[in-house]
Design a protein around this ligand. Structure first.
Ligand code: 2BA
Length: 107
């Protein structure tokens, strides 16, 4: 048995969870925070048999692809004067760890 930890953006977490649940995987979601950006992300935990790991990774990838979004940004030129302009940022993607499970108990 394996434990999959997948860190995904908050925007993708709902779709990832819904898809995994639909495919009959048990899922736990944790609200987490990235150490670098100090922004919220979601860590998804899935415990499953070894033969399902590739399928789980495939399903997570389907709903958390990296993509570029255009978001408004602003710059200050001098006291009180601001300009707003669109910038492209990369969002989405998943960071996945697969761990061996020594014991799996439900008491
Ligand atoms: P990613 O590498 O896609 O990582 C997304 C989030 O996944 C990270 O959020 C962190 O919460 C988790 N994560 C990634 N690798 C991990 C690992 N080896 N162990 C534990 N957790 C891990 P953030 O830490 O906020 O990072 C957001 C993005 O900033 C990263 O995207 C990466 O593109 C960049 N980044 C992270 N650390 C960096 C650094 N030291 N220097 C430059 N860029 C960095």
């Amino acid at each position: 048995m394996k434990l999959i930890l997948a860190i995904v953006s908050n925007d993708d977490s709902q779709n990832v969870t819904t898809l995994l649940t639909k495919e009959n995987y048990s899922v736990t979601r944790l609200a987490t925070t990235g150490g670098f950006l100090k922004a919220g992300n979601t860590t998804i935990i899935v415990g499953t048999e070894t033969e399902n790991v590739d399928n789980v990774i495939e399903l997570i990838g389907q709903e958390s692809k990296k993509r570029v979004e255009v978001v408004p940004s602003s710059a200050s030129y001098d006291l009180g004067r601001f300009a707003s302009f669109p910038v492209e940022v990369e969002v989405g993607g998943a960071t996945i760890f697969v761990l061996d499970v020594e014991q799996f108990l439900k008491l």
